[in-house]
Design a protein around this ligand. Structure first.
Ligand SMILES: *Cc1c(COP(=O)(O)O)cnc(C)c1O
Length: 486
């Protein structure tokens, strides 16, 4: 009788696990409850980093011991985007509700590739809610993905199949009689360019259209680029408008771009990574007019909706086009009318992932518990804070407002002899102070301090603390101005 040698990974002592589990939950609630008292970020000590060169552990440790390591070595040295002073890049803050949902999802351990299961229905409900929010028809399809980078890539592949037919899936793009060309603005996210690379179309097939004074795609230049490409015998097929650019939060003229796309027979995609969910805020929704006529929309629930990472999403108006871009017959994935293999089409028919986590659950909990209106108010609140920051910067003569906030992003800088160097140093100093974390960008060849207010926890006092720290760092700047050597 060798029954007892069969091991599994569940605890021998469930009450002890329960006790330890509750401690872990308490510790992370403590972290969230007292976030503001902690430094936003701190550099990783060498002795901590060095421990992570240890070899593969052959013998296991106690869960409590590994948790201690998490508390002392990992938690204090994360990016800090949950902290109210975090304004760098475009990061969401997460919520306790999203965290708990993620825990439930991990316990259930559902694989959302497909099959006849309620978790897939939850994902379908989010798809329905997004159709409703964006005014898309019932035939529209949607899919959770890692983030907008992947969502934009999927949109490009669907547009490619729509332009060339499903034979492109067998033959590849090299056999296409004419070369495909795509369009986006100079303010678009770098992942658009990457998508052309990944799709095998090459980044040379992307036309970067200049922007106007408001950082929006110049429509006249878009039209002339399309005309020039047609004259050269190329095949324009895809235009990406941005709803909320990363550098300044500009929203392209979606209606006008849609009109051009229809006239020219182009697929009209909207990169709405964070901005698209402005639809939840009544004061922002009118600025997204035209998004309801897009062929596809990419967005991230992990940004303005505060869902814990990661939770990207792609919505495609023509669900059939979407499905025929990805679905593949495979004997081991065959479908039935009843039983566990029913419920076709499955999520795996709409994207490259087969095994997929239950990202929908944390999004579903977030929408259910907070409600769309409250989430919309949080989104609008970040824009109000950006306006407040813009006003304070404009009123301070040591600072220079570089772009008036149009959404939730403010770009400014401290005045000085060598402002690029000074402001770069100020931002590093802010990070190291643990008080606030903006990032930098370059606007008209000028380095800017860029504050993207995305986190629901950010308040006026965090904006005040940021400005106080910027001015203090500016005043104590001791770095010698570097003059070009003769
Ligand atoms: C954040 C962002 C992306 C990339 O999204 P990920 O979720 O990081 O992949 C693309 N476009 C815009 C406008 C963004 O703000």
């Amino acid at each position: 009788m060798n029954e007892t040698t069969q091991e599994n990974l569940d605890p021998a002592d469930w009450p002890a696990l329960r006790h330890q589990g509750h401690r872990m939950l308490d510790d992370i609630f403590d972290y969230l409850e007292r976030l503001r008292e902690r430094p936003l970020w701190q550099p990783i000590p060498n002795e901590v980093r060095d421990r992570y060169a240890e070899p593969l552990p052959r013998e296991g440790l106690e869960l409590a011991e590994v948790h201690e390591r998490f508390m002392h070595e990992i938690l204090p040295y994360a990016v800090g985007n949950a902290h109210p002073g975090f304004m760098g890049w475009v990061h969401g803050g997460g919520t306790p509700v999203g965290m708990l949902a993620e825990m439930l999802a991990a316990g259930l351990n559902a694989n959302l590739g497909g099959r006849n299961q309620m978790p897939v229905e939850v994902e379908r409900q989010i798809v329905r809610w997004m159709r409703e929010l964006f005014g898309f028809p019932a035939s529209a399809s949607g899919l959770f993905v890692t983030g907008t980078s992947m969502a934009n890539f999927i949109a490009l592949l669907v547009a490619r199949t729509a332009a060339l037919g499903t034979s492109v899936r067998r033959e590849g793009v090299t056999s296409a009689e004419t070369s495909l060309v795509a369009y986006t603005s100079a303010s678009a996210h770098g992942c658009i360019r990457q998508a052309l690379d990944l799709a095998g179309l090459g980044t040379d097939a992307l036309r970067i259209i200049p922007v106007d004074d408001g950082h929006r795609m110049d429509l006249g230049k878009l039209e002339s680029a399309i005309a020039a490409d047609r004259a050269a015998g190329l095949k324009p097929f895809f235009v990406v408008a941005t709803a909320g650019t990363v550098d300044v939060g500009a929203i392209d003229d979606l209606s006008a771009i849609e009109t051009i796309a229809r006239r020219e027979g182009l697929w009209f995609h909207v990169d709405g990574a964070f901005g698209a969910l402005g639809m939840l805020a009544p004061e922002l929704a009118p600025r997204l007019a035209g998004i309801e006529r897009a062929d596809s929309i990419a967005c991230d629930f992990h940004k303005w909706l505060q869902v814990p990472y990661d939770a990207g999403f792609i919505l495609v108006r023509d669900g059939d086009r979407h499905q025929e871009t990805f679905s593949s017959p495979a004997a081991y994935l065959s479908r039935e009318a009843r039983g566990l293999a029913a419920g076709s089409p499955w999520p795996c028919d709409f994207g490259p992932d087969l095994s997929r986590g239950f990202r929908a659950l944390k999004t579903w909990f977030t929408l259910q518990v907070y409600g769309a209106d409250r989430l919309g108010r949080v989104i609008a609140g970040t824009c109000a804070l950006a306006r407040y920051l813009g006003e304070r910067v404009a009123a301070e003569e040591r600072l220079e407002l570089l772009v008036r906030p149009s959404l939730n992003i403010v770009c400014f800088r401290h005045r000085g002899d060598d402002p690029d160097r000074l402001n770069r140093d100020i931002v590093v100093g802010l990070h190291e102070s643990g008080v606030a974390a903006p990032s930098t960008t370059v606007l008209d060849n000028r380095l800017a301090i860029r504050c993207a207010i995305v986190n629901h926890r950010t308040e006026r006092r965090d904006i005040d603390a940021l400005l106080e720290a910027v001015l203090a760092l500016g005043a104590t700047d001791t770095h010698p101005t570097v003059h070009a050597s003769k």
